[in-house]
Design a protein around this ligand. Structure first.
Ligand code: FAD
Ligand code: SIN
Length: 584
């Protein structure tokens, strides 16, 4: 649990005190006198990661401070928590809007405040919020970047360091998009960290694994840049403040290649902290709650974008170059089913803003799209709540069983193969089974336990019963698997990485089923990240990087390759855009 006493303390600065201290009662409006409440009260609400505890300080029944005592929500929600508590102080009311993309956290914060108010017995009188009207003035800059995920911020850092003035626009109330959710890690071959562990790897082998995983549909020129630059990009991120020395295995890889955050923490949480520090250090302007709605162009040349602010007002950002880094469309069922109708009704692991807005904005430029029907499901997602359980759990030792308590696949096959195998089991779902040793490998896995996602038991029999699967078969399955571990030979399914003997209680299980995860298709780019139109020409002044682009991953993305993609190509886009506009 995080304990935050100081950093998120929010202190009321508005004119609010009604005859402070002196008055002890108030007219409640119905002729009765209400006692005014003073002092501190703690309230609790349930968030995504567990309880959120807040301490409210009242002065004469007015909330004048809210301290965050404890929460286990993702780091990217901290500005959301700060913003909501600030609004509640300003209005002396809990009548505030839920923040899209942080719904559970928003509810937790509001419920914690309501709980504290209830405990205090205070009757609040709401105050009119002083509307800070957002500016909607036309402006100009060197480079405007759409999206503040890993691709957008890699580009922003590189372009700023190359001397360009950058504005990043982000439609959400916080930075990070799907990058906030990235968990397992980032792939790179031939790094000093692999070498230190005696892992023999090379960009060529990474290229081959990715091509094979993508069913040979990957764009070879883009893939070559990607695999050649991956290791240097790990070091570049480390120069910015990241730590990526831990290594594990993701599906479809010949060797351990996925570089993880410190102590196995989710890679997205780690990298977004690094990027947020850079934004501050380099004074990069990020306009939140600002949605790109239109491309501005003259013939084949892009000259800026039109954006809409929180109040619905539009204005123009003129720029010498525009970088598209707006992510994928995995949360837009209309586009998903247009290209892959069989995914109708599937859940998604993506943030709600992954809606592919820019595709319609680009129609007038006749942009070429590629591989749009290549949409990936992640095999291990908790049904109904769409919480992804990282592939790292399997890489660190977990197995998959069906309702009969039996294994049915090499768990470290590529995602498309594992997804298909799960969907052909009874109930279209399966169960990840592991022990305490696997939980101990990574803080990302401990988070699932702390959030109450895992079923826990002291024996395999008890676990099977709790999960309502065949417990006797489950015991036999684990006994057989442990024998494969001892002999280092999975004669049943050919799993090559047998790294844990599943013996250490407590044992854990969780039901999983595939959900939409990654959209491999998107805007066609060349190796300079310049956007290509349907005539095969470069669109002047327009660059793209990250999940909004297509071609790198072919027909199926390998786990850990997207973070590499967004940072390698985000960096290239920032550099090239900044170089191209020099002297203009
Ligand atoms: P994003 O990070 O999604 O950022 C795009 C941003 O653009 C968003 O903030 C969005 O709100 C904003 N935007 C969109 N439209 C507009 C608009 N019109 N105006 C303004 N802003 C706009 N990959 C890995 O390699 N390793 C992992 O461990 C991993 N784990 C994952 C776990 C989950 C649950 C998910 C969903 C994905 C995971 N991925 C992982 C995939 C990877 O996280 C994404 O592919 C990657 O983060 C996309 O980065 P991006 O910068 O292209 O887009
Ligand atoms: C995961 O951690 O399983 C997701 C990794 C990815 O999407 O690359």
């Amino acid at each position: 649990m995080k304990t935050i006493y100081k950093s998120l303390a929010i202190i009321l600065t508005l004119v609010l005190v009604l005859s402070l201290g002196a008055c002890q009662t108030n007219n409640a409006g119905n002729g009765t006198e209400q006692e005014l409440v003073n002092g501190q009260f703690v309230g609790e609400g349930r968030g995504k990661g567990g309880p959120v505890k807040l301490e409210l300080t009242f002065e004469n029944s007015v909330i004048n401070e809210i301290k965050v005592l404890e929460h286990n929500e993702s780091d990217y929600t901290e500005p959301v928590i700060a913003d909501l508590t600030n609004q509640m102080i300003k209005t002396n009311s809990t009548n505030v809007d839920i923040v899209s993309g942080a719904t559970l956290t928003s509810h937790a914060v509001i419920n914690a405040v309501k709980d504290a108010i209830k405990k205090s017995g205070a009757i609040l009188t709401a105050k009119e919020a002083i509307q800070e009207s957002e500016k909607a003035e036309d402006i100009s800059t060197d480079i405007v970047i759409i999206g503040s995920g890993g691709a957008g911020l890699s580009a922003a850092v590189e372009a700023t360091n190359s001397g360009a003035k950058v504005i990043v626009v982000e439609k959400n109330a916080f930075m990070g998009g799907n990058t906030n959710y990235a968990t397992g890690g980032m792939n790179a071959a031939g790094t000093k960290y692999q070498e230190a562990k005696g892992i023999e790897d090379s960009p060529e082998l990474h290229f081959q694994d990715t091509m094979k995983g993508g069913h040979d549909k990957n764009d070879p020129a883009l893939l070559k840049v990607f695999t050649d630059k991956a290791a240097d990009t790990v070091y570049w991120l480390e120069e910015l403040g990241a730590k990526l020395s831990e290594i594990g295995r993701s599906g479809g890889q010949s060797v351990d290649r996925i570089h993880k955050g410190p102590e196995g923490m989710p890679i997205g949480t780690h990298l977004m902290k690094v990027f947020a520090n850079q934004v501050e250090k380099l004074n990069i302007e990020v306009r939140l709650n600002t949605k790109a709605v239109e491309m501005i162009s003259e013939g084949n040349k892009v000259t800026g974008i039109k954006v809409e602010n929180k109040n619905g007002d539009t204005y123009t950002i003129s720029a010498k170059a525009v970088i598209l880094a707006s992510g994928g469309f995995g949360a837009n069922p209309d586009i998903v089913t247009k290209y892959k109708p069989e995914l109708e009704g599937f859940g998604t692991t993506n943030q709600p803003g992954a809606t592919g807005d820019v595709f319609s904005m680009l129609e007038k430029l006749d942009i070429a799209l590629t591989d749009m029907k290549e949409i990936q499901t992640h095999p291990t997602v908790v049904p109904r709540i769409n919480e992804m359980i990282t592939e790292g759990v399997r890489g660190d030792g977990a197995i998959l069983v069906n309702r009969d308590g039996k294994r049915f696949i090499n768990e470290l096959e590529t995602r498309d193969t594992v997804s298909k195998a799960i969907l052909s089991q009874e109930g279209n779902s399966a169960f990840l089974i592991f022990d305490q040793q696997v939980v101990d490998t990574a803080s990302a896995i401990k988070k699932y336990r702390d959030a109450g996602l895992l079923t826990e038991a002291t024996s395999l029999k008890e676990l099977g019963e709790k999960l309502k699967i065949n417990a006797t078969e489950l015991e036999g399955t684990i006994a057989a698997y442990n024998e494969y571990y001892k002999g280092q030979n999975d004669s049943e399914f050919g799993r090559r990485l047998l790294n844990v003997e599943l013996t250490k209680a407590p044992f854990y299980g969780v039901e999983v089923s595939p959900a939409i995860h990654h959209t491999m298709g998107g805007i066609k780019i060349n190796t300079n990240t310049e956007v290509i139109n349907n005539s095969g020409n470069v669109v002047e002044g327009l660059y793209a990087a990250g999940e909004v682009t297509g071609g790198i991953h072919g027909g199926n993305r390998i786990g850990g390759n997207a973070v590499t993609d967004i940072t390698v190509f985000g960096k290239i886009a920032g550099k090239n855009a900044a170089e191209a506009i020099k002297g203009r």
